[in-house]
Write a protein that binds this ligand. Structure first.
Ligand SMILES: [Fe+2]
Ligand SMILES: [Fe+2]
Length: 274
């Protein structure tokens, strides 16, 4: 079992956020802003699917799992709350969240499956994508180096907690005796939808700002996604690892996350400790 601490991040998201807040890097700022749009609705789904999954376990196993799920729910709920405030700022700048309604539509379709384990598998797949992004951020401090302190704090705190609870959904799926074929199938589907939706939302922001057809924007995209240390190039082998029979999220090193959390303890109030 994972012991998960719930932290209340001491951060003020109310002061207005500058457009292209990441040191004027247009593509990266739009990419992060787009990603944030998916969190409140996505993280609520993770919370609901694991709570539901917990009820599917044999009664004698539920108390063993309850504590970890409670930690997971607490962490995701605090992420949701802050990203909601962040998204309100984005809305006031004129960016429209076109991604969240699309997620809601897909989740409605997921309700057609009576087997609750599908939702846990979708959560496990998305959590692995999140863990890859989180690890990339922590391994590449230059990504957020020019950002205002509070934005760096928000993203690195979120990234660290994502690595902390990276195996909760996966372990629950295994405890529920989830099917391996579906585990991998959902990863393919989730990855495809996630990549397309993230791209569409990012393009909307770039278009809205009149940056879509500028060479510098696409140079940034090339560098941060496909460059030597770019997210897609760096993350490809971690993504493929999910399809191995012996894969487990704990194989993903969380050393940098623990280090970050250890060094920034003055930046939150602990709500609940295991
Ligand atoms: Fe999260
Ligand atoms: Fe998560």
């Amino acid at each position: 079992m994972n012991d998960l601490t719930i932290r209340h991040l001491l951060i003020d998201m109310k002061p207005p956020l500058a457009r292209h807040w990441n040191g004027g890097e247009v593509f990266l700022s739009a990419f992060f802003d787009a990603l944030s749009m998916s969190f409140p609705v996505g993280e609520q789904f993770f919370i609901d699917s694991l709570r539901e999954g917990l009820t599917q376990l044999p009664a004698d196993q539920q108390p063993v799992w309850a504590r970890e799920i409670q930690g997971f729910v607490g962490q995701e709920a605090t992420h949701r709350r802050l990203h909601d405030l962040y998204n309100q700022q984005l809305a006031s700048m004129g960016y429209e969240n076109r991604w969240a309604p699309r997620i809601r539509q897909r989740l409605k379709r997921l309700e057609a499956f009576t087997d609750k384990r599908h939702k846990v598998a979708v959560t496990a797949a998305t959590e692995h994508l999140t863990a890859i992004f989180a690890a990339w951020l922590l391994h590449h401090p230059s990504v957020l180096a020019p950002a205002p302190a509070r934005m760096r704090q928000l993203w690195l705190w979120h990234a660290s907690e994502e690595l902390e609870h990276r195996s909760t959904a996966f372990d629950l799926y295994r405890a529920l005796d989830g099917n391996e074929l579906w585990r991998k199938r959902w990863m393919r589907l989730v990855s495809m939808h996630f990549a397309l939706d993230l791209m569409r939302q990012t393009l909307h922001h770039l278009w809205r700002d009149g940056q879509l057809f500028k060479v510098a924007t696409w140079r940034g995209a090339q560098h941060w996604l496909f460059g030597r240390q770019g997210l897609l190039r760096w993350g490809a082998s971690h993504w493929r690892a999910y399809f191995r029979a012996e894969f487990h999220p704990r194989q993903f090193d969380d050393g940098l996350a623990l280090q970050w959390l250890g060094q920034h303890q003055d930046q939150w109030r602990t709500i609940s400790k295991p």
